[in-house]
Design a protein around this ligand. Structure first.
Ligand code: FE2
Ligand code: FE2
Length: 281
């Protein structure tokens, strides 16, 4: 079991850069409710999956995502120890996902199936972002150069590597259920703005509660500066080219990111190495 020791991680784990620290900290707010929702939707689809190889890949996906959700949830306890209560935010996201992302058993069967496909497509669209972000964090040197906390970097790269590893699964489940292009494209057109909206709200939430930033609001130039330093992916990459690539009719996640790069990181990740050693013992 992969574990991280947060006792030495400062609040601004990118030294002197609360903006970048908080933008990435939003992952800890979004992923526990988000990944638990991914699991619910994929499990709902599982009885309909026909391809045995895809069916078999669902369980490892569920295990990885539940472990990720747990690992990020632990960081929230660390933030609470630093005086930042994140529960109102994560509870609001949980309610949003329950309200707009759940099965509606009262629907007639064809409509219920379409609703499942649409939600599955939304999860596949978000998994496109997690794979792109995973590849980015495995490659960027900006956070290392900034002297970022090594435990946080390991969490991000371990998670990023596993996102790269399972990047095709939800897409393949969606495909197996005969999800068409229109459903897939529509899902991205909703998922990308929703993700952006929650992320911006998350940064505002964290910065408003950080005594060191004096309640300052995040600004666009902060993002451009951080992207120039390779500490974050830039707005053009994240908001334009990433969703556009997904909208190509022939798109498949296998064409994104590198499984070799992910495997190479997992073989040297301090937390994953410790977990393997503990497992072997
Ligand atoms: Fe994950
Ligand atoms: Fe994932």
């Amino acid at each position: 079991m992969v574990r991280f020791d947060w006792s030495g991680t400062p609040a601004h784990w990118v030294p002197g850069d609360p903006f970048t620290s908080h933008v990435i900290n939003v992952l800890h707010l979004l992923l526990p409710p988000g990944e638990r929702w991914f699991i619910r939707v994929v499990k709902e689809a599982l009885p309909h999956v026909k391809d045995p190889a895809v069916r078999e890949a669902v369980e490892p996906f569920v295990l990885q995502e539940s472990w990720h959700a747990w690992a990020h949830r632990v960081v929230l306890d660390h933030l609470a120890d630093k005086g930042v209560d994140t529960e109102p935010f994560t509870e609001a996201l949980e309610r949003y996902l329950q309200r707009f992302g759940s099965d509606i058993p009262s629907l007639p069967e064809p409509a219920r199936r379409l609703w499942l496909l649409q939600r599955l497509a939304a999860v596949a669209a978000i998994e496109h972002f997690t794979a792109v972000l995973g590849q980015w964090v495995l490659q960027t040197q900006g956070l290392d150069n900034a002297g970022a906390d090594p435990v946080m970097l390991d969490l991000l790269r371990w998670h990023g590597a596993e996102e790269v590893e399972h990047r095709s699964l939800v897409f393949d489940v969606f495909d197996d259920l005969s999800g068409g292009y229109a459903t897939r494209a529509l899902a991205m057109l909703f998922a990308a703005p929703a993700l952006t909206w929650w992320w911006v709200r998350g940064v505002q939430y964290l910065m408003a509660r950080d005594p060191a930033t004096g309640g300052a609001r995040p600004k666009w130039p902060d993002w451009l500066r951080s992207a120039r330093q390779f500490r974050l992916p830039g707005p053009w990459t994240l908001l334009v080219t990433t969703p556009l690539r997904y909208l190509r009719p022939g798109h498949h996640p296998s064409g994104e990111a590198s499984s070799d790069l992910a495997a190479a990181y997992l073989s040297r990740s301090p937390a994953a190495t410790a977990a393997r050693a503990a497992g072997a013992a």
